[in-house]
Design a protein around this ligand. Structure first.
Ligand code: SF4
Ligand code: FES
Length: 680
């Protein structure tokens, strides 16, 4: 149902419960505002959005008043202008005139509104009020004299994050925003208050005094520190990345990003590998040219004649095209892929077995959720945000199996053993009643759960759950697998976990080609010659015989699939560091040279097509449903350990080679985790 309202004599149709401010936005009329934000509750305390409404004696705060049929609203009368000028004059009474040294300068709402409604001189002769700055940790800088008490930060902390550490104290002229009892702002989403604050009261510490907004070049890209792939904007000054901001994507991250996505960018410049290095007889690395490095590599590769004697290992940040080329190289060299242990058990025939089937947006439709071996606060911060948002809309139950969690919404701890999980599968757990009664129940399985198993088939769970709960039906798929790393989905999509034949006895290879895998490789894997291709120094690089420096995801344009199976493109925002080359280019050079040396064919698109899984195959995988799968009633699940841990990572701030090299993340890790009562 809609009805008509008139804004500055223009008629528009709006639905009930629309505020006057929203109606004005629909009509294309911009209303100035400080406290109103579309994703937060309405506070109505700044009074900047005043408008005139017929038959109402006083001006109305447009953000807080709903429209009614045939309402006449005027937004540009002399009284509206005078009121806004008055509000602004009041706000500027205590606001310092320090725009030249304020990091918000150039993108400050107060500065913009002062240009329209501000006076050219002050009538205020008294001293301005002084307020002590607060310690909000190593990421957020506070200059509280600039605060205009819009309470956006307070509402964000209470509503979005669920960490009620920001609040107001005092009244009138003595009102202050503070973290209660000087507690640090400990959420993994805390950096978003910087974007929310309309003035320079809360700004980014790492960005302090680095640049002005008009000096920056912006690149639209995606964040790859987790498998959610939040949309981001990378701002660079010259070749230096100075800040990362969220980019609106309603289906993934809305307008929030995690602190790691926002602040770990300094890790891209430290511990970098900038030139090819070859280990000499004494075990010392010596810089060599690219042609020398490639010729050494090829000499070793072409000397291997037996199948499964060349091992490949791929890492967290490998993009789709690089993985496709690893697939081709594995096929041409008869090599063996050393999988991440979790992918070994995944059935990669159907993408439903290794993706987040419900989708992040679909979480809003679920009413009961069970987390198994996953901590959404560390494994996928935006997943935690979507679950909390669902909790806030009401009628939602969440339970988890795994070690104890400190979530930002109420939850039921079912237990931490496989017995609990099996009782849930078989419909014997007390929580099964809720699952059975639920219209759209959801189970989210994390990698901490899978790492405890020595054999695994997702379809078994799907089939058993199908019998005992409503998890999977013809119209709903609530069985989800949550990938941890950026490359996990593409790895499974390309069926890279399937090797032809068995590995050599005692995992002894002639060559180990490690492509951007900085996770520790098991001591049981032996190789006569190891090549490490990557962007950051790590233990694997140290143990290699040859190092090929590659570009990080900030320096290349590549395609990545997220946990929901959504493919997006990351954009290059700066030049490769030193002598580093794009991962894909290195792989293409090697395949090309290998094919030429071994007379196995030539590198053209048709040849590559014969090696890769077909496009139709990938497409069909997406449409497979559990109802078409055979019932694996007699498959046995082997369990390594009866204990299920919730967290795969010990420390949210240091999960990969880039965040481990980041000074910002080290400071956060030290200060926030050590001193936080919410220690994970
Ligand atoms: S610190 Fe910023 S966001 Fe918070 S109340 Fe003050 S002006 Fe508003
Ligand atoms: S925006 Fe309406 S009162 Fe602040």
């Amino acid at each position: 149902m809609t009805f008509s309202v008139y804004i500055d004599n223009h008629k528009i149709d709006v639905s009930p419960n629309t505020s006057i401010l929203q109606a004005c936005e629909i009509a294309g009329v911009v209303i100035p505002r400080f406290c109103y934000h579309e994703r937060l509750s309405v506070a109505g305390n700044c009074r900047m959005c005043l408008v005139e409404v017929d038959k109402m004696p006083k001006l109305q705060a447009s953000c807080a008043v709903p429209v009614s049929p045939n309402m006449f609203i005027r937004t540009n009368t002399p009284s509206v202008k005078k009121a806004r000028e008055g509000v602004l004059e009041f706000l500027l009474i205590n606001h310092p005139l320090d725009c030249p040294i304020c990091d918000q300068g150039g993108e400050c709402d107060l500065q913009d509104q002062s240009l329209i409604y501000g006076g050219d001189r002050s009538r205020f002769k008294e001293f301005k009020r002084a307020t002590e700055d607060k310690n909000c940790g190593p990421l957020i800088k506070t200059i509280m004299t600039r605060c205009i008490h819009c309470t956006r930060c307070v509402r964000f902390a209470n509503e979005v994050v669920g960490v009620p550490e920001f609040g107001t104290s005092g009244r009138g002229n003595f009102i202050e925003i503070s973290t209660y009892i000087e507690k640090l702002f400990t959420s993994e989403l805390s950096g978003n208050v910087i974007d929310l604050c309309p003035v320079g009261a809360l700004t980014s510490k790492p960005y302090a005094f680095l640049s002005r907004p008009w000096e920056l070049k912006s690149t639209e890209s995606i964040d790859l520190f987790d498998s959610i792939h939040s949309n981001i904007r990378i701002d660079a000054r010259g070749y230096d990345t100075v800040r990362i901001l969220p980019r609106l994507n309603e289906s993934i991250n809305e307008e929030w990003i995690s602190d790691k996505a926002r602040f770990a960018f300094d890790g891209f410049l430290t511990q970098r590998l900038a030139s090819p290095l070859l280990k000499d007889q004494e075990g010392n690395f010596k810089p060599v040219s690219w042609s020398k490095a490639i010729s050494v590599f090829l000499e070793k590769m072409t000397s291997v004649t037996q199948a499964n004697k060349i091992a490949f290992s791929v890492g967290d940040f490998c993009d789709l095209e690089s993985l496709a080329n690893v697939y081709c190289l594995r096929s041409t060299t008869n090599g063996f892929i050393l999988n991440n242990f979790c992918e070994n058990y995944l059935d990669t025939d159907s993408s439903t077995s290794y993706k987040f089937n419900t989708s992040l947006l679909g979480i809003s439709k679920t009413d009961v959720c069970v987390l198994v071996g996953i901590n959404p606060k560390t494994d996928g911060v935006l997943l935690n945000y979507h679950l909390r948002k669902r909790f806030l809309s009401g009628n939602f139950k969440l339970a988890y199996i795994g070690s104890h969690l400190n979530l930002t919404f109420p939850s039921v701890h079912l237990g931490n053993s496989f017995q609990t999980f099996f009782s849930l599968l078989e419909g014997k757990n007390h929580f099964c009643k809720s699952l059975k009664q639920s219209k759209n129940p959801t189970i989210i399985i994390g990698k901490s759960f899978l790492k405890q198993m020595s054999s695994y088939n997702f379809n078994i769970f799907a089939n058993i759950l199908k019998l005992n709960t409503n998890i999977v039906s013809s119209s709903w798929n609530g069985l989800n697998f949550f990938n941890l790393k950026s490359s996990d989905f593409s790895f499974c999509d390309l069926t890279l976990n399937r090797n032809r034949g068995l590995p050599p006895a005692s995992f002894s290879f002639d060559i180990l080609y490690n492509i951007e895998n900085s996770n520790n490789i098991s001591n049981s894997i032996k190789s006569k010659f190891t090549i490490f291709q990557g962007h950051h120094g790590c233990l694997n690089a140290q143990n290699a015989d040859l190092i090929l420096p590659s570009t990080s995801f900030m320096e290349k344009t590549s395609i990545y699939g997220n946990c929901e199976g959504r493919y997006q493109t990351s954009q290059s925002c700066t030049l490769p560091l030193g002598n580093a080359k794009n991962t894909l280019d290195i792989l293409l050079i090697i395949i090309n040279a290998y094919l030429r040396f071994s007379n196995k064919g030539s590198l053209d698109v048709n040849y590559l097509k014969t090696l890769l899984p077909s496009y139709e195959f990938l497409l069909n995988k997406v449409s497979v449903s559990y109802f078409n799968l055979p019932f694996f009633s007699n498959t046995i699940i082997f369990v390594n350990n009866s204990y299920i841990s919730s967290s795969f990572f010990d420390n949210f701030y240091k999960t990969d080679v880039i965040s481990k090299a980041s000074l910002n993340m080290s400071k956060s890790s030290k200060l926030l985790l050590d001193r936080s009562p919410f220690k994970i």
